[in-house]
Design a protein around this ligand. Structure first.
Ligand code: 5GP
Ligand code: MG
Ligand code: MG
Length: 184
């Protein structure tokens, strides 16, 4: 699928598929180096992180187990509150393990901050995060994100796992939507 296939829905391609792939190469190399000889477990946050997980994990030069969580963040409108409910918990026991959370985007950082605390309290040896995208807002929260693909402006983006009303997740790039999509 490309921008033209979407008719008038797309306003702008912010990050191309090629740019994403090159950056994931770099992130995977860094993760390989940092976790050499350690008991790494990748934890993907559903549903947005599915594409990042698939493409990042396949670039690692090792076999690595992965697990998934689904969380829902309560908030008014589009702002998350940091009050999080677990919809699907991990299958794995993470006691003593080195956990790397895989995320699509960090916006306020409140969801991630809660998640890192939650996983840390289960006795993990370490809990770090890799995210494809980060917005400026996240920098203000006390949350340490070790691997960041791209810092982007405060704009609502879709594609590469990110949705608008469950659509556009399967776009192979990151883009913004035309205002007409929100208005219809
Ligand atoms: P926060 O960091 O604010 O607690 O929440 C992050 C979550 O908000 C992401 O996992 C994603 O579901 C949603 N989100 C934040 N910014 C965007 C965006 O620009 N586009 C889309 N599609 N979702 C976003
Ligand atoms: Mg997410
Ligand atoms: Mg969403």
């Amino acid at each position: 699928m490309n921008a033209t296939d979407m008719g008038g829905d797309l306003q702008q391609v912010l990050i191309t598929q090629e740019q994403i792939e090159r950056r994931l190469d770099e992130m995977a190399a860094q993760i390989d180096a940092d976790y050499e000889g350690r008991d790494l477990l990748l934890v993907g946050v559903l549903k947005g992180a599915v594409y990042v997980m698939a493409d990042l994990s396949r670039r690692l030069r090792r076999s690595v187990p992965m697990d998934w969580m689904a969380v829902s963040s309560y908030g008014s409108g589009t702002k998350s509150s940091g009050v999080v409910r677990i919809l699907k918990d991990l299958d794995a026991d993470i006691t003593g393990r080195d956990v790397l959370i895989v995320e699509d985007i960090i916006d306020s950082g409140l969801t991630l901050s809660w998640l890192m605390g939650n996983l840390g309290s289960r006795g993990a040896n370490s809990v770090e995060t890799a995210t494809l995208l980060r917005k400026p807002e996240a920098v203000r929260v006390e949350v340490d994100v070790k691997y960041v693909g791209f810092d982007i402006p405060t704009e609502f983006v879709v594609g590469y796992g990110l949705d608008y009303a469950e659509n556009y997740r399967n776009l192979p790039f990151i883009g913004t939507l035309s205002p007409s999509v929100y208005e219809s």
